[in-house]
Design a protein around this ligand. Structure first.
Ligand SMILES: *[C@@H]1O[C@H](CO)[C@@H](O)[C@H](O)[C@H]1NC(C)=O
Length: 437
């Protein structure tokens, strides 16, 4: 069929109503779109199938249609298979202006906190995921891990997280890929915060530091407030953070219904200057009852697992779906700052945290493991390239960043990791009550 010019122009106008966003970059502690507007993540965790939800194009399209109603601009995918084709799904999301945060690790490659190692095989598998996804302009960033650390003893795995970041940034740069942000998604553990976020950005060498830090937090359980939820404290610890920081999971469902009032805080005047948004957990309804939709008419028999339907026609779970939609409508598209007038020198420099009693176990800056190394029980101390001003809690360093990081982003892991996230969330909530009541 040949279109007349006016018809062709009309068709084009319709097709571009929702615009693809294009590669997001990071400067200082903010994310920017290619046209220089600040980018705030309004995301949804999206993991329909354990191994890879981005290979079923028709399913992605059905979900995208409903997402357009809800309003996310990002999805987070915890596990993908680098050997599969993702063109159809990535295009469907891109056409709807939705970016993706992808985890480089999977069930058999993640860094095991009980006996941390960074093997050649892990390295190569992470690199393959990057190679498979870097071609999509709507990849917002990559995570090297999700909730690897959730106990005091496991804090010893932190240098391995940094080793993975270092090598994935080196891989990206060696391949001349765009400066796609590479970061980490942390469990919200009171005794390890803010040490972990500071550790992943300390030492003065941006080649070894995360490009962004993300937190899975279930502290805000509606009804709650900025002051009573614990967010006020999170904000204090994120003030002038060296790189972008955002919530990579949020959406406590206890006691329910979820009102998502935390979205108004995150995108409101008290937090939006330091936080780059939030990802709500999660799209699909599973046993844990965090879903925003449930499926009807499953397309594949094998997609009904233990009574949970994992494909088909998405139907909103109410009132949660409408509650989130309403909060995101209220938030709109926060303006933030424009890239040209943003001065990245205001970000802080975080000192490498000292070991603490009953908490963080890595002493200051240490030599990072090489590929092929397994944790031996001790680390060798090394000096930091920049000496940051030391302050109580280590969360208020206010120097000029020697090397403001210049990129950012990352993802998590399905069933198993998701479960860890929930446990961490509940532990977090319980600790909070222990401390305050
Ligand atoms: C920064 O880290 C990279 C990667 O580990 C290393 O090659 C480089 O020598 C480091 N730079 C400095 C100044 O130590």
């Amino acid at each position: 069929m040949k279109l007349s010019w006016p018809a062709a122009i009309a068709a084009l106008a319709v097709a571009t109503t929702v615009e693809a966003i294009g590669p997001i970059s990071s400067v200082g502690n903010k994310l920017f779109t290619p046209d220089g507007k600040q980018f705030f993540v309004k995301g949804i965790a999206y993991q329909l199938s354990p191994d890879d939800p981005l290979i079923d194009t028709e399913q992605c399209k059905r979900d995208v249609e409903l997402m357009k109603e809800l309003g996310p601009n990002t999805i987070r995918v915890y596990h993908v298979d680098a050997d599969k084709n993702h063109d159809g799904c990535m295009k469907a999301f891109n056409d709807a202006g939705i970016t993706a945060l992808i985890d480089l690790d999977t069930f058999d490659t993640y860094i095991e906190p009980a006996k941390p190692a960074w093997t050649k095989r892990m390295h190569d598998r992470y690199a393959e995921v990057m190679d498979a996804f870097i071609k999509y302009d709507n990849v917002l960033g990559f995570f090297v891990g999700n909730e690897i650390i959730s106990t005091e003893a496991h804090s010893q795995a932190a240098p391995f997280i940094k080793a993975a970041v270092r090598d994935m940034k080196a891989h990206r740069d060696a391949k001349n890929y765009r400066e796609v942000p590479i970061g980490y998604s942390a469990a919200d553990i009171a005794e390890l915060r803010p040490m972990l976020q500071d550790y992943l950005t300390c030492g003065g060498n941006s080649s070894e530091n995360v490009d962004f830090f993300a937190l899975n937090s279930y502290e805000w359980c509606d009804p709650s407030t900025y002051e009573t939820s614990g967010y006020e404290n999170l904000q204090k610890q994120a003030k002038d953070f060296p790189v972008p920081i955002f919530f990579s999971e949020t959406g406590c469902n206890v006691p329910g219904p979820r009102l998502f009032d935390d979205q108004l805080a995150i995108f409101g005047p008290k937090m939006r200057n330091d936080w780059s948004g939030a990802i709500v957990y999660e799209w699909i309804q599973e046993e844990n009852r965090y879903g925003l939709i449930q499926y009807e008419n499953p397309t594949k028999e094998e997609d009904v697992v233990n009574g949970v339907v994992r494909s088909g026609t998405p139907k909103p779970v109410q009132p949660d779906f409408d509650n989130l939609k309403e909060k995101w409508e209220q938030v709109g598209q926060p303006t933030g700052v424009v890239k040209d007038s943003y001065d990245a020198k205001h970000v802080s420099v975080r000192p490498c945290p000292e070991a603490t009693q009953g908490g963080w176990l890595v002493k200051g800056n240490v030599k990072l493991p090489a590929v092929g190394e397994t944790f031996t029980g001790t680390y060798e101390s090394v000096p930091s390239a920049t000496v940051a001003p030391t302050t109580a809690g280590g969360d208020e360093g206010t120097g000029t960043a020697a090397n403001p990081a210049s990129e950012t982003q990352n993802p998590a892991a399905p069933t198993k990791v998701v479960f860890r996230g929930m446990v961490a969330g509940l532990v977090g909530v319980m600790l909070f009550f222990t401390v305050w009541f």
